[in-house]
Write a protein that binds this ligand. Sequence first.
Ligand code: NDP
Length: 296
Amino acid sequence: MTAAIIDGKAFAARVRAEVAAHVARLKEEQGLTPGLAVVLVGEDPASQVYVSSKGKQTVEVGMTSFEHKLPADTPEADLLALIARLNADPAVHGILVQLPLPGHLNSELVINSIDPAKDVDGFHISNVGLLGTGQKSMVPCTPLGCLMMLRDHHGSLSGLNAVVVGRSNIVGKPMAQLLLGDSCTVTIAHSRTRDLPAVCRQADILVAAVGRPEMIKGDWVKPGATVIDVGINRIERDGKTRLVGDVDFAGAAAVAGAITPVPGGVGPMTIACLLANTLTAFCRSHGLSEPQGLTA
Ligand code: NDP
């Protein structure tokens, strides 16, 4: 069997087009424009690339982008004061603080100082609690993107066995909550899981969020399963730097029913979902109906 490729790049372009159409209608009918503020502290090169990409795509869908770049030694009080200003600013509907923060800053304190209604990353403790109790929340972008692709591919996920490998707060745990919300039977695996290959072989839906290049092999995959590879790992091969996922793509694609590639799978969906979340936050703050198909 050769798996169908789930094209995250094309899917993300569709999500951005839907967001852009919605934003254009809002401007025409209400004269209002959603705004996203991104805060970057320090000069981490990968974070700089992400932030400029987020700003560019925000403008492309017709939203206002506010970029705040602060020096690496910014005192915590200054960062908290900026977040308080953004919380109070009616032109800002989404706030994202790019992680990781420099070591002297308390990430939890900073994230929990964001107004939960503007927390478009879905990391505020209130949003984590709302998601965990099945209530309306802001949902972390990467797992939301995975859920959208799974719903699109399967229609209903009800009753399917899902295995999520990885239990981080930003991917594994919220992914598991979302799959549970769609009535999957969910197993969360991690570094202490016994006989991980056998656990993975039970999965109709296998989500890999581990951070170990090509760890999940083809013979860990149930024939016909859908494999979502969240991993982004930079490796050297044949003298070149390459991006690979947490799944051995060739081995898994020979067995799976469908699979996301790396690059071009989950990655592009993450920023698309950030834009979708900003639109959702805007609609909620104005008491407008939420965009269909762009929320959990
Ligand atoms: P973390 O390092 O926070 O978590 C990794 C998880 O994998 C942990 O729960 C860990 O278990 C588990 N794990 C590690 N080694 C093993 C092993 N040998 N067997 C089983 N489980 C293992 O990573 P993140 O969740 O932040 O990210 C995971 C991957 O996803 C990374 O490659 C990251 O780059 C990528 N990523 C991609 C995004 C995108 O936009 N596509 C966005 C965010 C992340 P334990 O808890 O027991 O230590």
